[in-house]
Design a protein around this ligand. Structure first.
Ligand code: LLP
Length: 429
């Protein structure tokens, strides 16, 4: 569900007209619905009722301070992957004691910073890293809380760039090697406290089956680790997929009700219903690391059509946002629904490529897609851009970062100013 819908012919975010925001603040412009973010967070939290759990929002999906602050004030923990993300969480009022630190390549500086801040757990991805963590903790005279990431060798059936739970991926430690590793750590690494086990099989999973397969496969292992090493938590990772195809319609409950049961996308209610019974008697705190599910459908990227170019083979609508602002179509063939801010008068669709101004052929938001015939000067929204949108933006082609706005009911707040040309060269000598 999300907070975007047409009212009297104009696309609104909650109670704010997006056209007004585009006119006032210019484009490209990211706009987020606070109500949607909180709705998703609360629904996921509720879906896990029945088992002790904590939602640790995956900061990488959207690390803008006001988004983090919104979640922190509602009790979320955070899953971070860098010292920079930890810094942001702390600046936003998040509690390091509710942070887990993932990633295959943590540096000494990052480890020291996280130890000093007192994070909940380092989610370690190799024996080498665990030994290094033990050494750094020893140098500082502290004990490092840690969980190892198990690679359960389960196929997440998602895009290959965001599939992480197979043996050929760089992530985690082989399932069969975990027991011995925990034993060696207990015997040989005095500065490590084994606190839990972690896994994450991939992102944008749209079916429940791989989650069930991974959980069932790992239950015997986690049970053994609890007995042998008294671990207290099991993080089952993130990865809950969202709807990109029909994200506007999917905002209303009727749309959901009208989908055939077996074609309904994965919901968190289904996720909870399947997983809670399997997890509730383990005596472990279950951690979740959702990113996309919390913020994906809660954000849009607004952009203006600059030109229409009719080539011999195609019609191009050239817009003022580029792959530097939203890279998902170029990098993962990601689909983002495209809708005009003013509801089109005619139902007629024409096949177009919507492209940005960047000097690369990969700079497109859709190809050969039937869309309403919007014109230069008209604004459109790229839907479901709240996750891995701004967070993956760059200054490529020396394009300043867009501004970001957070909508709460009828109030729109600028939460990040548009970069200026001077900002672009700041720090250069
Ligand atoms: N936990 C770990 C260890 C992760 O690596 C990730 C995502 C998450 C949690 C959160 O996954 P989520 O709930 O958001 O699926 N840029 C790509 C997605 C990369 C995901 C990387 N890891 C995209 O735009 O599709």
């Amino acid at each position: 569900m999300h907070g975007f819908s047409y009212k009297n012919g104009s696309l609104f975010c909650e109670d704010v007209d997006l056209q007004t925001l585009a006119d006032e603040h210019g484009t490209p412009l990211y706009v987020y619905s606070a109500g949607t973010i909180l709705d998703h967070y609360t629904r996921l939290d509720a879906a896990l009722n029945g088992v002790e759990h904590e939602v640790a929002y995956a900061v990488k999906a959207n690390s803008t301070l006001s988004v983090l602050r919104l979640l922190a004030t509602h009790g979320a923990g955070f899953d971070i992957v860098s010292g920079g993300e930890l810094f942001r969480v702390i600046k936003a009022g998040g509690d390091p004691a509710h942070c887990t630190f993932a990633g295959v390549g943590k540096t000494r500086d990052e480890i020291v910073y996280a130890l000093e801040m007192g994070i909940y757990s380092f989610n370690v991805e190799s024996e080498e890293e665990l030994r290094y963590l033990n050494k750094v903790a020893g140098d500082l005279g502290v004990i490092a809380p840690a969980a190892v990431r198990v690679n359960p060798n389960v196929d997440a059936k998602t895009h290959k760039y965001i599939s992480t739970g197979k043996s050929e991926n760089k992530f985690g430690v082989d399932f069969g090697a975990i027991s011995d590793l925990y034993q060696r750590a207990a015997d040989e690494l005095p500065n490590i406290k084994l606190r839990g086990l972690q896994m994450h099989i991939g992102s944008q999973l749209t079916s429940i089956a791989p989650f069930i397969e991974a959980v069932e496969k790992v239950i015997p292992l986690v049970t053994e680790l609890k007995q042998e090493h008294d671990i207290e938590f099991w993080s089952i990772g993130g990865g809950i997929g969202i709807i990109y195809q029909q994200s506007l319609e999917s905002g209303n409950a009727e749309w959901w009700d009208n989908q055939p049961e077996n074609e309904r996308p994965l919901t968190v209610e289904r996720y909870g219903k399947e997983l809670v019974p399997r997890l509730k008697d383990l005596g472990l705190k279950i951690l979740l690391e959702p990113g996309r599910y919390i913020v994906g459908n809660a954000g849009v990227l607004l952009t203006k059509c600059l030109y229409e170019k009719k080539g011999s083979a195609k019609t191009f609508k050239i817009v003022d946002a580029g792959m530097n602002d939203l890279i998902r179509p170029a990098l993962y063939e990601g689909h983002h629904q495209i809708v005009p801010l003013k509801e089109p008068a005619s139902a007629e669709l024409i096949k177009v490529d919507v492209v940005g101004p960047i000097c690369e052929s990969g700079d497109f938001f859709c190809q050969d897609r039937p869309l309403p015939d919007f014109q230069p000067g008209d604004h459109i929204a790229l839907m479901s851009a709240g996750a891995y949108g701004f967070a993956m933006a760059s200054n490529y082609n020396s394009r300043p970062f867009p501004a970001e706005i957070l909508v709460e009911g009828g109030t729109a707040t600028v939460i990040r100013k548009r970069q200026t040309l001077d900002d672009l060269i700041e720090g250069e000598l």
